[in-house]
Design a protein around this ligand. Structure first.
Ligand code: FMN
Length: 207
C-alpha cells in the first residue's frame, strides 16, 4: 500500500486549475493502487501560519518557551510526519507574482528544519528525506518554460531548491502555462497537462 501526501495551495478554491489537475493525478494514483492511503493538505483553505517570532524560534529547535512556541513546534512536527510517512508527494503550485503562493512558502517554512529534515555537515547541507517521488503541478497565466519571460520564473527553480534541500531530488514538474492567453490556449494547456499526468502515473489496466 502506498502513502500519498497531497498538498494544494491555490487561493481560488473551486476555480483553481492546479487543484483540479492535482485531483486528476490523485485519481490516477488511486487507479494504480486502490488501497493507497492519501493525506491531503489544502493550504488555500486552511493555511499554515506565516512565521513570526515564536514560530521561527520554535522551528529553529530547542525547548519551547511559551504556548505559542509549543503550538508552532507541534504543527511543524505534524507536517514533517506527513512528509516522512509519504512515498509519493503531489504538490499543486500556482504561480502568483512569479513565485509560489505564500501559503506554500509558509508550509515549506515549517518543514525545512535543521536537524530534522536536513542537517549541516562539514561538507555542507544534507537532505534527510531522500527516496520519495514528488510530482509538482504548476499553473501559470503566462509562458515561462521558454521565451523572453523564462528568467522571470521564480517558481520552479525555487521549488526545485526547496525540495532538493531536504533530499527530494526525484521531482517531476508538470506545467499548465499560457492559461491567460485566451480560451483556446487555456484549454490546450490543461489538456496537455492532463496528458502529462497520465504519462507520469501510467498504470496497467487489469487484464
Ligand atoms: C494573485 C495572482 C497572481 C498571479 N501572478 C501571476 C504571475 O506572476 N505570472 C503568471 O504567469 N500568472 C500569474 N497569475 C495567474 C495564475 O498563475 C493562474 O491564474 C493560475 O491558474 C493560478 O493557479 P490556480 O488556478 O491553481 O490558482 C496570478 C494569479 C493570481 C490570482
Amino acid at each position: 500500500m502506498s502513502n500519498i501526501l497531497v498538498v494544494t495551495s491555490s487561493a481560488l478554491g473551486g476555480a483553481s486549475v492546479s487543484t483540479r489537475l492535482v485531483e486528476d493525478a490523485v485519481a490516477a494514483l488511486r487507479r494504480q493502487d486502490p488501497a493507497a492511503r492519501i493525506v491531503t493538505r489544502d493550504l488555500g483553505a486552511q493555511p499554515v501560519p506565516h512565521l513570526d517570532l515564536d514560530s521561527a524560534t520554535a522551528i529553529r529547535g530547542g525547548e519551547p518557551q511559551n504556548p505559542a512556541q509549543a503550538a508552532a513546534q507541534a504543527l511543524s512536527d505534524e507536517l514533517i510526519a506527513e512528509l516522512e510517512a509519504a512515498d509519493t508527494i503531489v504538490i499543486g503550485a500556482p504561480m502568483y507574482n512569479f513565485g509560489i503562493a505564500s501559503t506554500l512558502k509558509a508550509w515549506f517554512d515549517h518543514v525545512l528544519r535543521a536537524g530534522v529534515t536536513f542537517r549541516y555537515t562539514e561538507r555542507g547541507p544534507v537532505g534527510l528525506l531522500a527516496g520519495k517521488r514528488v510530482v509538482v503541478i504548476e499553473t501559470r497565466g503566462g509562458l515561462y518554460s521558454e521565451g523572453p519571460a523564462a528568467p522571470m520564473d521564480s517558481q520552479e527553480p525555487h521549488l526545485r531548491t526547496l525540495l532538493g534541500f531536504i533530499g527530494m531530488t526525484d521531482v517531476t514538474f508538470i506545467r499548465a502555462e499560457k492559461l491567460a492567453f485566451g480560451p483556446e490556449a487555456r484549454e490546450q494547456a490543461i489538456d496537455a497537462a492532463r496528458a502529462r499526468i497520465g504519462e507520469a502515473f501510467a498504470y496497467r489496466e487489469a487484464a
